[in-house]
Design a protein around this ligand. Structure first.
Ligand SMILES: Nc1nc2c(ncn2[C@@H]2O[C@H](COP(=O)(O)OP(=O)(O)O)[C@@H](O)[C@H]2O)c(=O)[nH]1
Ligand SMILES: Nc1ncnc2c1ncn2[C@@H]1O[C@H](COP(=O)(O)OP(=O)(O)O)[C@@H](O)[C@H]1O
Length: 198
């Protein structure tokens, strides 16, 4: 039998993807598994290697990409990010719903694979709100903030492509956004819970 469908969460940096995912993982322990990406960006305080990301050098990541070990990879805001085949396989081997957090280039690349996920875009109510949230998060320099805001405008434009996403969530009120996310995933959650019982 086929396992549960993976879920791709995308949307501008600062839109609230990690916040929503943290709630989901807390409420549905063992149902979901996070696809741990590789990145060449430096860890932020509190981020754990192997849990939030595999933090690697550009040289090592390029070697693995050349060896065909990645499903997709992209350059974002001056750093490389990518999903290894191993990251997804590790989750699917446990019959969990595999959740991928990727940028819009990742979405387009994954569309060309046979992963067949549910595609969800998380978007901010406005660019001004996004900027405020990114500033308040205190993870960015002025330069990386600018790069993220430029990328956000491109992301929001490209996300309008009909059929690219199965659902677009405007993350204004967090609880409302979270309800919309859960509602969309209800069926897959049920499937995963059933298959774990048997
Ligand atoms: N294509 C791709 N994008 C990724 C991957 N992992 C993370 N990203 C995206 O890279 C962007 C920057 O991520 P990050 O540096 O963690 O910043 P944050 O999203 O602001 O917390 C976000 O849009 C992520 O969705 C990946 O494996 N592949
Ligand atoms: N609905 C919301 N209302 C207010 N602040 C939010 C909301 N959702 C997320 N945030 C805050 O915005 C910042 C960016 O959210 P985050 O989850 O890190 O975004 P992403 O993972 O998409 O980059 C965080 O500091 C988070 O606490």
């Amino acid at each position: 039998m086929q396992g549960p469908r993976p879920v791709v969460l995308s949307g501008p940096s600062g839109a609230g993807k990690s916040t929503l995912l943290k709630k989901l993982f807390k409420d549905y322990e063992n149902v979901f598994g996070f696809s741990v990406s590789h990145t060449t960006r430096k860890p932020r305080p509190g981020e754990v290697n192997g849990k939030d990301y595999h933090f690697v050098s550009r040289e090592d990541m390029q070697k693995e990409i050349d060896a065909g070990e990645f499903i997709e990879h992209a350059e974002f805001s001056g750093n490389m990010y990518g999903t290894s085949k191993g990251a997804v396989q590790a989750i699917q081997a446990q019959n969990q719903i595999c959740v991928l957090d990727v940028d819009i280039q990742g979405v387009k690349s994954i569309k060309r694979t046979d992963l067949n996920p549910i595609y969800i875009s998380v978007q901010p109510p406005s660019i001004d709100v996004l900027e405020k949230r990114l500033r308040d998060r205190q993870t960015e320099t002025e330069e990386s903030l600018r790069k993220r805001l430029t990328a956000a405008c491109i992301d929001l434009e490209l996300s309008k492509e009909p059929g690219l996403f199965d659902l677009v969530i405007i993350n204004d009120d967090l609880e409302k956004a979270y309800s919309e996310l859960k509602e969309m995933l209800l069926e897959e959650i049920k499937k995963a819970q059933e298959s774990r019982k048997s």
